[in-house]
Design a protein around this ligand. Sequence first.
Ligand SMILES: [Zn+2]
Length: 404
Amino acid sequence: MTSFSLTEAQAAGGLAVARRTLQLLRSVPEFGDRYAQARPPGSLAELAELPPLAKDDLNTALARLDPAAAHGATWLFQSGGSTGAPKLGYAPTGFYMAKVFEHWRPLDRADVFVNAWGAGRMWGAHFLAAGLADLCGCRVIALGSVTSAEYPQWLGFLADRGVTAIGGTPSVLRLWFAHARAAGIELPSLRKVLWLGEAWQPQLEEDLAVVAPKARRHGMFGSTETWVVGANSPECPADTFHPFPHQLVHVGDGGLLDFTSLDPAMLNPVLRYRTGDAGELTVCGCGRPGPAMRVLGRRDNVVQVRGLGLHVDELLARVEREPGVVRAQVVITEQGGRARQVDVLVLGELPDPEALRRELLSATVTLSTAFVHDPEQVRVRVVDALLGNERTGKTAGFVVREAS
Ligand SMILES: [Zn+2]
C-alpha cells in the first residue's frame, strides 16, 4: 500500500498550494534555515522530503503570518498544543465544509439535527457542524453543552421533537446516552450520530442499543489546524476514514501521519503537519475504492510512570469492560517530576473498587513494578465527574497533574 492518500496525478494540481505554503513558512524567522534548502515540491516524493511540522511550529508560524480570509470573517479557534494559553487555528466562515459536503452528506433535509458540540470558548466543532448542517438543509437544534441536572429535561424535549440526528465528541455523546438510559428516555427516531474530536468509544453502542437502536455512527477526523480531513459511514470500521481529495495524508517515519492541505482557501499553513496520531493507509471494509486512513491512536498515549511506560488505553479498556462503568480516566499526580500516585477515576457504578484495584495491580506490569514498595498509591475511585480540560472542552483518557 502506498504512503500517500492520493496518486501523483490526483495530487498534481494541488501541489501548487503546498508550494505556496512552503513559501509562507520560509518567511517565518523563527524557523531559521529549516526550509532554506527545501525544494518547492513538484511531486509527492519531493513533498515527503520536506521537514514535518509539529503543533508548536504551526502556532509559531501563525503568530507571524496572521492570515485573513479572502471573503467573509476570519474566525479564531482554540487549537491543540500543550497546556497553557490557548493556541490558535484560523478558518474562514464556512469552515471548509463545502468541500466536505461534495463527498460526504450524512444529513438531509428531512433531518432534525441536534448540535451538541460545545459552542463558545473558541471551540471549532460546533461551528463546522453548523456549516455542514447549513449545506445539508436540515433542521438544526443548536444545543451546545448542558449541565448534569439538565439532561433529563432536554432529553424529553428532544424526544418530543422527534430528533433524527445528534452530533458531539464521543465523551459528550456518552453522557447524553448514559443519562437517557438512566432516566429511561428513548429516542426511537434517532438514526444518525455524528462524531468528531476523539476516537469512537465502543461503549456508546451499548447505550445506543437501548436508547436509540436505529442510530448509526457517522464520523469525521480532523483538527483545528487541518480542519476536516476525512469521514466515514456506518459501514466503515470506526477507526477508518476516507480522506477528501483536498487533504493529502502521508504515513511517515514511525507510522506517524502527516497532513498537507491542497485547498487554496486554507488559512493555516498545513504542510506535512503532524497531529501526533499514528496510522496507516488501508483498504476499507465498506468496499469503497482508494486508500482509507486507519487511525491507530496517539503515540503519546504511553505515559512515563516512574521510568516505565504505562499504556493508558489498555488500562482504560480493561476498566471500561466492567459492567456498570460508563467511562474511566487515569490521573497521574506528580511531585518534583516523579509520579507519586495513580488514580483510576470511574464514572458509573462499580460495586467493588478494591477488587478491581487488586486486579489492575497484578495484571499491569508497569503499575506492579513501579509501585512495588507503595502499592497503596494506586487507587480506583468512583467519582461524579471526570477531570475535563476547560481549555479544549475534551475529557482526556489521562491527566497528569502536579501535587498541590
Ligand atoms: Zn469505508
